[in-house]
Ligand binder design. Structure first.
Ligand code: ZN
Length: 237
């Protein structure tokens, strides 16, 4: 049932953005999540690596004098633990994390988030009551629900698995990691992986979206901004 539901959730954007259940409020979702996590007993060998990025202050990018990109957008760090990754998979994921950082540091990303419109107003769907500026700031703060310090660092784990279905990846509100299906990951370009990572990470910041493939769902914070990361990220391949 889980897969059936998730397959439905993914219909709109099969190869672009993974989905999840981190709307996380219904008990049904919680039950399913628990079941899935329990089943995740793969070779969790913990060859965890973190990307080479450092935390705040870890970049040396200096904005031009006219830039309106805040310093926190230039210094976003990544503390990302990879589980059960091969060397090649690790390289791809590190490339994706680097793309995320580059995109967030751009004026284009800032502008697209701040000026995003849904339903005739400057807003995202499923924005947790936040303005676009507040959504943007929450990204820079990087305070995950389960790791609530505003540390300007993406704190997340990534576990690979394989399932012959249409689920690109998933997470839920009770775990600090995301699950990524190698069926898609292995053929994704790094910017697509970046978009997926960011979509899932936005769930970690507390943003949700419709579980069904509604007309509104692409305008939710996770989908809309995940697409931005993917699309702007193609410039950094
Ligand atoms: Zn999602």
């Amino acid at each position: 049932m889980k897969y059936k539901m998730m397959a439905m959730m993914l219909t709109l954007s099969l190869l672009s953005v993974s989905c999840d259940k981190s709307g996380g409020s219904s008990s049904e979702e919680s039950t399913e999540s628990t079941t899935t996590v329990t089943g995740d007993t793969g070779p969790d060998t913990g060859n965890g690596t973190t990307d080479s990025g450092s935390g705040p202050g870890g970049t040396t990018t200096v904005p031009p004098p006219t830039s309106t990109v805040p310093q926190l957008a230039l210094s976003l760090g990544g503390n990302i633990t990879l589980y059960s990754f091969t060397t090649a998979q690790t390289e791809k994921y590190n490339d994706a994390v680097a793309i995320v950082k580059k995109v967030v540091a751009t004026e284009e990303f800032r502008s697209r988030v701040l000026n995003y419109t849904y339903s005739g107003a400057k807003q995202f769907a499923n924005n947790n009551g936040r303005t676009n500026a507040q959504v943007y700031q929450s990204i820079l703060d990087a305070a995950e629900t389960l790791k609530p310090a505003k540390n300007n660092i993406i704190d997340i784990g990534v576990k690979l698995y394989y399932e012959a279905n249409s689920v690109v990846g998933w997470t839920n509100g009770s775990i600090t990691y995301i699950n990524v299906n190698t069926k898609f990951f292995n053929s994704f370009d790094a910017n697509e992986v970046a978009g997926n990572l960011f979509h899932e990470w936005l769930h970690k910041l507390g943003y949700g979206h419709d579980s069904a493939a509604t007309a509104k769902r692409p305008y939710s914070v996770p989908y809309a901004i995940g697409y931005m990361i993917r699309d702007i990220g193609s410039d950094f391949l």
